[in-house]
Design a protein around this ligand. Structure first.
Ligand code: ATP
Length: 283
């Protein structure tokens, strides 16, 4: 049996953390939304084989257990004693290691597909719980809706959707290691966000309130090592973006524009400055 799943990228409208758990991982307090930039994941099962394979059209990605989609297959296979062979093919559109959750989106897509193919009957909540061991962003990617995400990433509260504004995402040509950035968090120096105000702004459709509360406490850490982040932000704001900020641990920076014409102008202007620029909308 074969299923095709869309695996959308996420952006962090708000990203904050209050402390580190005993295992060293950060406690998250985030507002996330998904955008219409997506990988396409095909999942096919074979009853006469037990072999698992993952293939991507990207030359850089591993096809073995280091691929998050591969881990997703194995988690469901072992937990539910499924013996089928599984072939996953991923058409990558989301830039890799960009702070846009591409690997997590692929893993979540595999879990949703196998839940259907094997008629496991798991709810999205159950799938999200199972998926946390893969990566902290996978539970969110099971839903792909605007959400308040807390805990290790497994507590997902769906909130009012982000408006269908245009979003310009620019991915500078630099590689940022997520663990390296997370290790540098100094909890005494963080400038915490008003996540409650961001959630209220969304539900009240109060753009100034929402925009004022947006932010990413990891941005100064990544920007200190990579000046491109602040250069992109300054450029986006000078071109009329309503908000510009980094997603995840970076290096992608996104601009929100309420007017499509402004977003298009911004996209064109940024192309001379950054070779990967995407004009998208919130889902
Ligand atoms: P994170 O912040 O969770 O590390 P990210 O959103 O910045 O992730 P990803 O595109 O998920 O970026 O890539 C992060 C790492 O995950 C890369 O080093 C990549 O090799 C690995 N990875 C494993 N599987 C995948 C996949 N299916 N797609 C993209 N990257 C993958």
């Amino acid at each position: 049996m074969i299923m095709l799943e869309k695996a959308p990228a996420k952006i962090n409208l708000g990203l904050d953390t209050s402390f580190r758990y005993a295992d060293g991982s950060p406690q998250w307090n985030m507002v996330m939304t998904s955008v219409d930039l997506a990988d396409y994941v095909s999942v096919q099962t074979y009853p006469n084989s037990t072999h698992v394979s993952v293939a991507t059209d990207s030359g850089f990605l591993p096809n073995d257990q280091r691929n998050l989609a591969y881990q997703a297959v194995h988690i469901l296979k072992s937990r539910f004693h499924q013996t089928d062979g599984v072939r996953v093919k991923i058409k990558k559109q989301i830039p890799v290691a960009a702070g846009l959750g591409g690997g997590s989106a692929d893993a979540a897509a595999v879990l949703r597909a196998l839940n259907q193919i094997w008629s496991l009957g798991l709810s999205l909540d159950e799938l999200a719980k199972i998926s946390l061991t893969i990566d902290s962003d996978v539970p969110y990617c099971i839903y792909n809706q605007t959400a308040h995400v807390t805990g290790h990433g497994e507590q997902i509260d769906l909130i009012d959707p982000f408006p269908h504004y245009s979003i310009v995402i620019a991915k500078p040509k630099i590689s940022v290691s997520t663990p390296v950035i997370l290790r540098q968090i100094d909890y005494d120096k963080l400038n915490h966000l008003k996540i409650d105000q961001l959630i209220e702004g969304l539900s009240q459709r109060d753009d100034p309130k929402m925009f004022a509360a947006m932010g990413n406490v990891l941005e100064p850490i990544t920007a200190k090592a990579y000046p491109e982040i602040n250069e992109l932000k300054t450029k986006m704001l000078s071109l009329g973006a309503d908000v510009a900020q980094m997603s995840g641990t970076g290096p992608s920076v996104f601009a929100i524009c309420r007017k499509l014409s402004r977003a298009k102008r911004l996209q064109n202007s940024l192309r001379g400055f950054c070779n990967e620029v995407y004009l998208v909308r919130a889902l």
